[in-house]
Design a protein around this ligand. Sequence first.
Ligand SMILES: Nc1ncnc2c1ncn2[C@@H]1O[C@H](COP(=O)(O)OP(=O)(O)O)[C@@H](O)[C@H]1O
Ligand SMILES: [Mg+2]
Length: 346
Amino acid sequence: MKIIILARDMQHSEGENDTYGRGNNDDALGIKKTLADLHDVKILSVNEDTYLKLKEEKLDVVFNLADDGFRSDPTLEPHVAAMLDVLGIPYTGNNYFALALCQNKARAKEILAYHSILTPKFQVFSAINRKINPELKFPLIVKPIREDGSVGIKERSVVYNKEQLKEQVEHILTVYKQEALVEEFIDGREFNVAVIGNKRSLVLPVAEINFTEIPKNTPKIVSYRAKWVKQSLVFKKTPVICPAAIDETLAEFVKETAKKCYKIFGCRGYARIDFRYEENVRTSDVSRTSDVDTDQKKENKLYVLEVNPNPDISEDAGITKAAVAAGMSYRDLLLKIINYALVEAN
Ligand SMILES: Nc1ncnc2c1ncn2[C@@H]1O[C@H](COP(=O)(O)OP(=O)(O)O)[C@@H](O)[C@H]1O
Ligand SMILES: [Mg+2]
């Protein structure tokens, strides 16, 4: 089989993304190496000539790793998938529509809420001097509305008062040149779940980010450094545990919610859903159902942070760890994902 790996356009790459994370094509090189003895594999970086190049090639499938879009503009990520649709070439992962739906985190959260899936309360700031919705309770977390891979997430993103909030909103608006998504900070455990497949999906074992070793005054978050900067303390102190040490009932609930999200956004191929889990939350919901009963009850809440179609799929990525925990090798995972692309095309 002839496979073309569509890789990022490094010519236009700049900024924070450059050094780490998706700022290189290591995933493409790793996939090529893993599949080279089975298939004819070639890497092609995406640019404005790609359409014509692919039209001339005789190929069976594209492995789409161009998550940085055209001209290293991630807002043009869905367009790469759309181009492949126009060419009629089977490709791995999600179509333009799922990629676009999940790109704006606030829009995605509205869709989740419509489907009664819990997601942290939020407000979008498109200017600095917007009034904060009084329903939102500090601490809050301030994030760029459409980035991935913890870009724009640092310790200071967690804010405890209006002054810090204003500072961080301004930072997002000016540095990232996009709206700021302000969410209630869910101080709990963090899980993520990879799902593979098309209409019939397979949920891989739940993973947890272990924050227990993180220094006391550092917020328990997967900041940019914690995610990518291997030599940093926060990277070393936030290992991923897969399968997570959680009871079967909770694991099933997390997996079932992940599967629902996959379906709602029309995901195919592979995706990863990020969660925060808050235990023993005091609620006074009981009082709503009864006039006399004002007791507070404690409950656990599972929040979806976001749905990531086409997440990192390099050999050390979370999805690979989850596949290994499910008894697959990296190569098995890649071949399955290629197969999903081919069956979808027929
Ligand atoms: N509402 C929240 N409560 C607690 N932690 C959060 C919240 N939102 C984001 N985080 C932390 O920030 C990280 C990155 O945020 P996320 O929304 O998943 O963006 P990205 O697309 O960059 O992965 C999460 O993995 C989590 O550790
Ligand atoms: Mg995330």
